[in-house]
Ligand binder design. Structure first.
Ligand SMILES: C[S@@+](CC[C@H](N)C(=O)[O-])C[C@H]1O[C@@H](n2cnc3c(N)ncnc32)[C@H](O)[C@@H]1O
Length: 241
């Protein structure tokens, strides 16, 4: 079984490695080169084939979504700490979820677990509108400011519990969730548009990446994609466990 790493366990090693990397200060051209290498070696060399996703990952300045002391490590094949015990997901995981969700122009996305705002920015490079929910007020505010500063005006960030989705803007063509509940939240399934896809890590000790697809007639199918490791979903998801 594939095990994709995205969460807290790897974070400690990734964080320590980056603190001792000693790469000095890098310029825009260095970061562009690191981004291109990330796209070729970590994404295209695996199974990321959607050119829109690859182009989006090549454009979004990931080094501006991590703490400044981690900038030189931003394009490594790992998650990184962003404060408050949370992480920015591994680049491959962001690309994979965006590809599996079938992000495309003309679509409307819901992003649950804004964190740094990086996944929201990648989505905004492709789809028409992104709604992003983060439960921690400090992270929500920092991501909102960062996304505005970087010109991602089509992302709206709200502080709240993503378990309930964002009914005022539903239905969504795609929903990407970056924190793992024990079970798929029913409100998220209800807020999927016909033809829509929900990507969500599910489980406690053992998590799987689940793809929920809603057919045009409203029927639901569920497919497990492989083992993953995400931070747990807090709020209502935790109360139900
Ligand atoms: C792996 S991090 C997300 C990474 C993020 N997508 C990025 O690009 O940086 C998971 C995030 O989900 C948030 N989270 C956890 N439970 C949540 C909930 N019930 N509703 C909304 N956000 C939640 C955490 O606070 C954390 O910021």
């Amino acid at each position: 079984m594939n095990v994709f790493s995205c969460g807290v366990l790897l974070l400690l090693t990734a964080g320590l490695a980056s603190c001792t990397s000693g790469t000095g200060s890098l310029g825009d051209d260095d970061y562009r080169r690191l981004r291109e290498e990330m796209v070729e070696k970590q994404l295209r060399a695996r199974d990321i084939t959607d050119e829109a996703v690859l182009a989006a990952m090549a454009r979004v300045p990931r080094h501006l979504f991590v703490p400044p002391e981690m900038a030189a490590s931003a394009y490594r094949d790992s998650p990184l700490p962003i404060g408050h015990g949370q992480t920015i997901s591994q680049p491959y995981m962001v690309a994979l979820m965006t590809q599996l969700a079938r992000a495309a122009p003309g679509k409307k996305a819901l992003d649950v677990g804004t964190g740094s705002g990086y996944q929201a920015a990648v989505l905004a490079e492709i789809v028409d509108q992104v709604y992003s929910i983060e439960i921690l007020p400090e992270l929500a505010e920092a991501a909102r400011r960062r996304l505005l500063r970087l010109g991602y005006e089509k992302v709206e960030v709200r502080c709240g519990d993503g378990y309930a989705g964002w009914p005022e803007h539903a239905p969504f063509d795609l929903i990407i969730v970056a924190a793992a509940p024990g079970e798929v939240p029913q409100p998220l399934i209800e807020q999927l548009a016909p033809g829509g896809r929900l990507l969500i890590p599910v489980g406690e000790m053992h998590q799987e990446l689940v793809v929920i697809a809603k057919a045009e007639d409203g029927s639901i199918s569920r497919q497990a994609y492989g083992g993953v490791r995400f931070v747990p979903m807090t709020g209502e998801a935790q109360r139900r466990q």
